[in-house]
Design a protein around this ligand. Structure first.
Ligand SMILES: Nc1ncnc2c1ncn2[C@@H]1O[C@H](COP(=O)(O)OP(=O)(O)O)[C@@H](O)[C@H]1O
Ligand SMILES: [Mg+2]
Length: 361
């Protein structure tokens, strides 16, 4: 077990900067998730930690060792890939035992360790089978087993659940959490799936175009997104974003789109110097208006689509050209195309600067 530290790490492929100045501290035993859209530099970061890719600049430390110049096999990290990367001609036992065999461990120890791992991953009855007769979930468990059996200092996971169907993904996610609680090995997990990041990560790093957008706990990232990108990327359905102009008057500060909203008193001092802002509202902050809603924050919207997921219901609304999605609690039926009074809870809103994308308050 060890802490892992990246100091100003960058990676240049020809002229393209895949990872830009990434600084990251993963304390011993932490499970950290790197999340971002495809192409944002997640795999490159993992491959640099593993030593499969050289570093253009910066330092990578595992424990007390600067590993920049250390070969992958000597870094004591184990990586799990999306495509399992099992040896098809070997049995499950041989696949799991492989890293121990090449390290020439005594046979008795190999037997004992593989047995222990197989028990942990519920693979005991498959040890003599070949990967091709296993399901996707079982194959990924074997790949996990092969990583675990080495007892490495750091685990690296590159989208290990992406090839599985939704149900299995959720199940294996739970198993990964339990496994980490048992093993407490420092882990870096990469995914493009924000829900996976939120459920697995003790800490999350949001990446875009090779640049770190925010580092924080799942709650910090969700509740205090540092910019528009993070706000839109984390949470589903996405946060609604509405751009408009700001105008002061004797009655307070107003937001103008094709509709007009009085901004909350307590936000005024932070917002008054911006000519334009973007208001961010999660679907939970938009509702159908009730008699006790604040009249200042009510607008008329057209109901375009209802998505009923059983437990939750989402209304897709058109507010004079602005498309919004609201999470609706009521059971009443509304026909499509009806005009509804919508309540925008500006107390729960986020306010962004359109010029920089940064969250103002
Ligand atoms: N070997 C390579 N040669 C050139 N460009 C690469 C190479 N590997 C990755 N890239 C580029 O670097 C960027 C980041 O890639 P990658 O780390 O694979 O992203 P992610 O895993 O987040 O989808 C992408 O634009 C990709 O095209
Ligand atoms: Mg990748």
């Amino acid at each position: 077990m060890a802490n892992l530290s990246l100091k100003s790490v960058s990676k240049l492929f020809d002229t393209q900067e895949a990872v830009k100045d990434l600084t990251l501290d993963v304390p011993d035993g932490q499970f950290i998730v790197l999340v971002g859209p495809s192409g944002c530099g997640k795999s490159t970061t993992l491959r640099m930690i593993a030593g499969l890719e050289s570093i253009t600049s910066g330092e990578i430390w595992i424990g007390d060792n600067l590993v920049n110049a250390i070969l992958p096999k000597d870094r004591d990290v184990a990586m799990v890939f999306q495509n399992y990367a099992l040896y098809p001609h070997m049995t499950v036992f041989e696949n799991i035992a492989f890293p121990l065999k090449i390290r020439k461990l005594p046979n008795s120890e190999i037997q004992a360790r593989v047995k222990e791992v197989a028990q942990l991953l519920e693979l005991e009855s498959y040890l003599n089978k070949k990967p091709k007769v296993l399901s996707g979930g079982q194959r990924q468990r074997v790949a996990l087993g092969r990583a675990i059996v080495r007892k490495p200092q750091v685990f690296l996971f590159d989208e290990p659940l992406s090839n599985l169907d939704a149900q299995l993904r959720t199940q294996l996610r739970g198993e990964l959490i339990k496994l980490h609680q048992k093993l407490k090995t420092t882990s870096v997990y990469v995914t493009h799936d924000q829900a996976e990041a939120m459920t697995l990560g003790e800490k999350i790093v949001v990446l875009k175009d090779g640049l770190t957008q925010q580092i924080g706990t799942p709650a910090e990232i969700y509740n205090f997104p540092s910019n528009i990108f993070v706000a839109g990327f984390i949470g589903t359905p996405k946060m609604n974003l509405i751009k408009g102009n700001i105008s002061p008057s004797s009655e307070g500060l107003f937001f103008h789109n094709d509709f007009k909203l009085a901004l909350p008193q307590e936000k005024m001092s932070s917002l008054k110097n911006y000519p334009q802002i973007i208001i961010g509202l999660r679907p939970q902050a938009i509702s159908l208006s009730t008699t006790n809603s604040n009249r200042n924050w009510m607008v008329k919207g057209n109901l375009e689509l209802i998505e009923n997921l059983g437990g939750e219901k989402y209304f897709y609304l058109n507010l004079k050209g602005e498309k919004l999605v609201a999470q609706v609690k009521e059971d009443k039926n509304y026909p499509l195309d009806s005009s509804l009074e919508i309540f925008l809870d500006l107390k729960q809103a986020y306010y962004f600067d359109p010029a920089t994308g940064k969250c103002i308050i």
